[in-house]
Design a binder for this molecule. Structure first.
Ligand code: PLP
Length: 366
């Protein structure tokens, strides 16, 4: 019988606040590859898998939360959705708004959005506003906007976002047969680490601070355990590591360039309840991790995603990775969104040669 992945709401509807009769907006998100990264086994001494979220319809994990947030909007009277964004939220909101027949407004920090992400918001017809400020300023404005106008907020402060995003943890358990020992994530606004913790906890039969109902308590547990949650921030945007907001967050990893995370409490809860930690890595470590994943594993990710890999490598160097531990790193977004950063500092001068086999063989030094 023909079968196609149905998108995260239909695949996990018994664990989400939706009924079969509800309108559902999906672009087929979720069902992303879990790739065994043997090169990282060798570097860390663990058994390392990467959850390749760049394979989602708009190229980041944001689609998991957008199918739920935008489907929920269709149960209300709102005709416009709005978000603040470091890039991927706006790309996803714009695409799902198209699928839903809604208008989309996005508030962006001027000059800090990767070209690929900006292109997505533009081609999907979003109404863009660039603010001379950072992401935290944009989120404040969009919150005020949605309080005063009939506009639905689709940032991760909307609880439906985390509901959709928790399905990634379900998929990991479904693929491995149980929860891993450790799960590593980049942390920006801290919604995703909170969502994974909720997903793992609910699959093991208990709820978390972020849970919206107690349905998990009434469904047979799928997992026998939960992983330690390891969160990784960028050095210049590490409020959860420092314990206070960062006024002027700076990092090459624009997706996690956030100084005052909205899901701060949930993230601390995930860290503490799971006996995990949140650390920070430098831009240099992030770019090196991005290059390692591309050249040694075959997966091209954006800098924000590479924070998880950089954090794992750093932990291994500090002797914090237990031998043989089963580890999943979420790599959150597709490298094609920001080729300028990936190519910075590389030699791009490829001189043309004669169109002959001989010249080609010489050029390849075969
Ligand atoms: C949004 C995003 C993050 C940060 O996720 P939070 O839920 O804000 O912590 C990391 N990487 C990419 C590629 C993102 O788009």
């Amino acid at each position: 019988m023909a079968h196609q992945w149905q998108g995260v709401i239909r695949e996990y509807i018994d664990r989400l606040p939706f009924a079969e009769s509800d309108p559902i907006v999906t672009l087929g998100e979720g069902g992303t590859p879990l790739v065994h990264a043997t090169a990282l086994d060798a570097r860390t001494g663990g058994e390392v898998y990467v959850k390749v979220e760049g394979m989602n319809p708009t190229g980041s994990f944001k689609d998991r939360g957008m199918t739920t947030a935008i489907s929920h909007v269709l149960r209300s009277d709102a005709k416009i959705v709005a978000c603040a964004s470091t890039g991927n939220t706006s790309a996803s909101a714009a695409a799902y708004a198209v699928a839903a027949g809604l208008k989309c407004a996005v508030i962006l920090p001027a000059g800090k959005i990767a070209a690929g992400k900006l292109a997505q918001a533009i081609v999907h017809g979003a109404n863009l506003v660039a603010v001379d400020g950072n992401f935290d300023d944009c989120l404040r404005i969009v919150r005020e906007l949605t309080e005063r106008f009939p506009v639905a907020l689709v940032n991760s402060v909307n609880p439906y976002r985390l509901q959709g995003q928790k399905t990634a943890a379900f998929e990991v358990v479904d693929a491995l047969g149980d929860a891993p020992d450790i799960h590593v994530l980049p942390v920006g606004n801290a919604g995703n680490i909170s969502a994974y913790w909720m997903g793992y906890s609910e699959y093991a039969g208990h709820t978390t601070l972020a849970s919206v109902d107690d349905s998990a308590l009434h469904i047979e547990p799928v997992a026998t355990k939960v992983p330690q949650m390891w969160g990784v921030q960028a050095w210049g945007a590490a409020p959860l590591v420092l314990g206070h907001p960062v006024e002027k967050p700076e990092t090459v990893a624009t997706a996690i360039r956030i100084g005052n995370p909205a899901s701060w409490k949930y993230a601390e809860d995930a860290r503490d309840q799971s006996h995990g930690w949140i650390d920070r890595v430098t831009d240099e470590q992030i770019l090196e991790a991005q290059a390692i994943l591309a050249a040694e594993v075959g997966v091209f990710i954006e800098p924000g995603s590479a924070a998880s890999i950089a954090g794992l490598i750093k932990a291994a160097e500090e002797g914090k990775v237990p031998a043989g531990a089963k580890i999943v790193c979420t790599v959150t977004g597709n490298g094609l969104k920001d080729t300028a950063t990936a190519l910075a500092g590389r030699n791009l001068e490829i001189n043309p040669i004669e169109p002959t086999l001989q010249a080609t063989v010489e050029a390849l030094a075969l």
